[in-house]
Ligand binder design. Structure first.
Ligand code: ADE
Length: 236
């Protein structure tokens, strides 16, 4: 996959892309991530990318010309032109199904906003898919873009060591609407807290059944809303 990030703060991505899973995926050529500074497409000598909103009001609005020029140039710089995603709190909320859908694209272009928002004509002209990472307002789309990249890249074939491991995550594969249950590693006992006997039994069937029960119980306690989705899925 190739992923182009359009932002006013490309440096924000250096630390994140240089660590752990993302670093290894990039080094192994499983994903290529290119950051572009929207300011490079500013038209005036002050390199301005934002302006006051018509009609008044607080804050600044991202200008249409630099953003549209930046997106169009980046789209044309490689094939395919890519699926354009705008990060905004007004978008559809990201969930695992959306991450899986995005992971099927060969190329994504992630457009990060700053200030109070985008000139509406950016939407009119570019018709992006709009994605929110949650019902709260961030200072900009950069952290949201990192969330999207993180959720998508771990789904790409070969990125995680054990091919199975992303399929066993909460919200994935057999756990589509379930939270992951309790996990333990050594020691067997710590401050009087013991690892459940069943996990030490070596009986794989019993362990699988225990994990399934734990997962359902945890989901019921913490996220009753997801249990409704499980019932709906069972009905299907
Ligand atoms: N930009 C600001 N807040 C955001 C959010 N919640 N999701 C995506 N982009 C954003």
């Amino acid at each position: 996959m190739r992923c182009d990030v359009l932002t006013l703060f490309p440096e924000m991505f250096t630390g994140y892309l240089g660590q752990s899973v993302l670093k290894r995926a990039i080094e192994r050529g499983l994903v290529r991530i290119e950051c572009h500074n929207i300011r490079d497409w500013a038209k005036d000598k002050h390199k301005s990318v934002d302006d006051r909103p018509y009609g008044g009001g607080p804050g600044m609005v991202l200008k249409v010309e630099p953003v549209v020029d930046c997106v169009e140039t980046v789209q044309q710089a490689a094939q395919p032109v890519g699926h354009l995603v705008m990060l905004t709190p007004q978008g559809q909320r990201l969930n695992q199904a959306a991450a899986e859908r995005l992971a099927r694209h060969q190329r994504l272009i992630l457009l990060c906003g700053r200030y109070e928002g985008f000139d509406e004509r950016i939407r009119d002209i570019l018709a992006p898919e709009e994605i929110s990472v949650g019902d709260y307002v961030l200072n900009g789309g950069e952290v949201a873009a990192m969330v999207v990249i993180d959720a998508v890249v771990r789904l790409l074939p070969g990125v995680l060591g054990d091919e199975q491991s992303s399929a066993r995550d909460s919200f994935s594969g057999i756990n589509r609407h379930l939270l992951e249950g309790a996990q333990y590693t050594r020691p067997r006992e710590y401050r009087g807290y013991r690892v459940p006997e069943v996990l030490l039994s070596g009986n794989h069937e019993e362990i699988a059944a225990w994990r399934q029960r734990e997962s359902i119980a945890r989901t019921r306690r913490r996220r009753a809303d997801l249990m409704d989705e499980n019932r709906a899925a069972e009905d299907d």
